[in-house]
Design a protein around this ligand. Structure first.
Ligand code: FAD
Length: 554
């Protein structure tokens, strides 16, 4: 769950000091821990399944609409308080259009960038990092600057990122052939011939990174909407990443494992059900330059992207309505009426709005919108990958055979993506307990079947599966784990299947309705990342700001 290659930072800054002291602290803490844990007895960890609000969400699938007790006028409503909805809210507020409310069915805003915490650390429940941002993405750069995530610019105009938020070293390691190697690209025990194929792939990536289409735009850009329209490259979306690689006669098992891992990591899908455009996008769209970090550097926090959620929402608290399920969206006379059901009080209120932003995924919108307003058949093309995320508290994690505990720790040939150390950015590393965030995209079955299967699986089976997966890399893992909490994401991420990103269904679903209902969600980008959510929100907010400016000027 990270950047794609290992790197070190060259700046002689506070960050180096932090890194060095952390490494020393980390090394010091290891020796006694390994020996103390070896005599303790295995014990069943505490923990359980964490509620994901799916019960409330399922009400609309059962046709529940609610009977409003009253009708309230509201200029603008934003439905969905994930990163897309909050970005829209943040942008409207910044432009002094502050007469709006944000509704979210969950008890806390953030969508799948929410976090949890325990006595050891905060930890993410899903999204946990943001790669440093392309310099062309000026809106997002300005936001990061306002939040002190970018602290300034050097003489060449390159952003200086806050040292505390740049991922400290050691960043990534891979458990392969019985050993923890540095970085995630397989190298330990990999035959020379296969290494050559891996190098050839990265050469292609370098070429594509700097390619522009016939319209002069980059072939791969973030947000995707800013990429070249040149069909020569857009056609990469029509074939699977797997077929693209085989057509180049790249069949090295190590290379294919690595790229399959990347598809699972970025999209919750496999090489076969990811388009070649999407597969290449992660590698080729990132061209960030910073004054104090390498291009592949990432920003991360113990609570993951909930840090960014809090940055977006901190000035909006009075406008956010949580525990509120929107059950329907209709045109009533010249207004948009949304019905909000309060999950705690069971009260229903109808809001009559001038404009509404639907920052909800399309699998939800199909239940919210009436058939006369939209053609729901286009929404069949939207497929979402289910995920399981576990936060595992460990004490005295033994670390031997190779590289030390890193931020991102991946297991070769595992179904999972391994785990991220939520404590990695802690300044005090003289600790013997960590929270490890374990990620499992469910890719073995078609999404719908996988969704049903995970909902039926008991907590104890998840615990056994997690421990069995970690055991080869951490013998005696049972002795180290004190708590495991498990959370399921039935519709975690949109899958960029072949033909989806530049397909007509996605384009159609993104259309505003009746000049009053605007859509903003990462599924409309075709890939689910913070930058796309931010761009979705800003795009919808700008459409409303434009309308208001036109009305004011008329
Ligand atoms: C396991 C996992 C790991 C990820 N890791 C990363 C990462 O490290 N970095 C990264 O950039 N991205 C990551 N992502 C992608 C992440 O999804 C996006 O970055 C982003 O947070 C999506 O925001 P969104 O607002 O578009 O969607 P969502 O987060 O889906 O927000 C939609 C919101 O709408 C609300 N809602 C739905 N229906 C209703 C209704 N009827 N009424 C009211 N509210 C409703 C939901 O509660 C939710 O809050 C990850 C995703 C998953 C699942």
């Amino acid at each position: 769950m990270s950047g794609r290659d290992t790197h070190t930072c060259n700046s002689l800054s506070r960050r180096d000091f932090i890194k060095r002291s952390l490494l020393t602290a980390s090394a010091l803490s290891l020796v006694p821990l390994a020996s103390t844990t070896s005599c303790s007895q295995p014990h069943a960890p505490t923990g359980g399944m964490v509620n994901d609000n799916s019960g409330t969400g399922h009400l609309i699938r059962q046709g529940f609409k609610g009977k409003p007790a009253k009708v309230v006028d509201l200029p603008v409503a934003i439905v969905g308080g994930g990163v897309s909805g909050l970005s829209a809210a943040w942008h409207l507020n910044k432009h002094k259009l502050s007469d709006f409310l944000v509704f979210d069915l969950a008890a806390k805003e953030g969508g799948n960038a929410v976090s949890g915490s325990n006595t050891i650390s905060s930890f993410p429940w899903a999204a946990h990092y943001l790669p440093i941002v392309n310099n062309s993405n000026t809106g997002l750069i300005r936001f990061l600057e306002q939040q002190n995530i970018i602290t300034g610019f050097d003489e060449a105009g390159l952003p200086i990122y806050n040292d505390y938020y740049l991922c400290f070293d050691p960043e990534e390691r891979l458990f392969i052939n019985g050993h923890w190697q540095d970085g995630l690209v397989p190298s330990f025990g990999v035959p020379e011939q296969e290494k050559e194929q891996i190098a050839a792939f990265f050469k292609l990536v370098e070429d594509y990174k700097h390619k522009t289409g016939s319209d002069g735009k980059p072939v791969f850009e973030i947000p995707i909407s800013q990429s070249s329209q040149d069909t020569e490259f857009r056609d990469l979306d029509k074939q699977s990443f797997h077929d693209f690689l085989l057509a180049k006669t790249w069949d090295s098992p190590y290379l294919l494992w690595y790229l399959n891992y990347c598809c699972k990591d970025d999209y919750g899908s496999t090489l076969q059900d990811t388009s070649a455009y999407a597969g290449l996008h992660y590698f080729c769209a990132r061209r960030a330059k910073a004054a104090n970090a390498e291009s592949s550097a990432v920003l991360t926090w113990p609570e993951g992207n909930a840090f960014l959620v809090n940055s977006l929402s901190k000035e909006l608290k009075s406008k956010i309505r949580t525990n509120q399920l929107i059950t329907s969206v209709n045109l009533v006379n010249d207004k948009v009426e949304i019905v909000a059901y309060h999950a705690l009080t069971q009260e229903c209120i109808a809001y009559r709005c001038e404009q509404v932003i639907l920052a909800t995924p399309q699998y939800i919108n199909r239940y919210l919108l009436p058939p006369e307003l939209h053609d729901s058949s286009a929404l069949q093309a939207f497929e979402y990958s289910p995920w399981m995320v576990a936060n595992i508290t460990v004490t005295g994690l033994t670390q031997y055979k190779g590289e030390p505990l890193s931020w991102d720790n991946v297991l070769y040939h595992s179904k999972s993506l391994g785990y991220v150390n939520a404590c990695h950015q802690h300044l005090n590393r003289y600790e013997d307990s960590y929270v490890l965030t374990y990620y499992l995209p469910l890719t073995d079955l078609p999404s719908k079947q996988a969704r049903h299967a995970i909902m039926e699986k008991p907590y104890e089976s998840w615990v056994q599966e997690i421990l069995a997966d970690l055991r080869p890399a951490h013998p005696n893992i049972e002795r180290m784990v004190t708590n495991i909490d498990v959370r399921l994401w039935g519709h975690g991420m949109i899958k960029p299947k072949p033909g989806f990103i530049f397909g007509k269904e996605k384009e159609q679903a993104a259309e505003p309705l009746a000049g009053k209902i605007y859509k903003a969600h990462t599924d409309l980008a075709g890939i689910s990342i913070f930058e796309e959510a931010f761009a979705q929100g800003i795009g919808a907010a700008n459409a409303i700001l434009k309308l208001h400016a036109e009305t004011a000027g008329a």
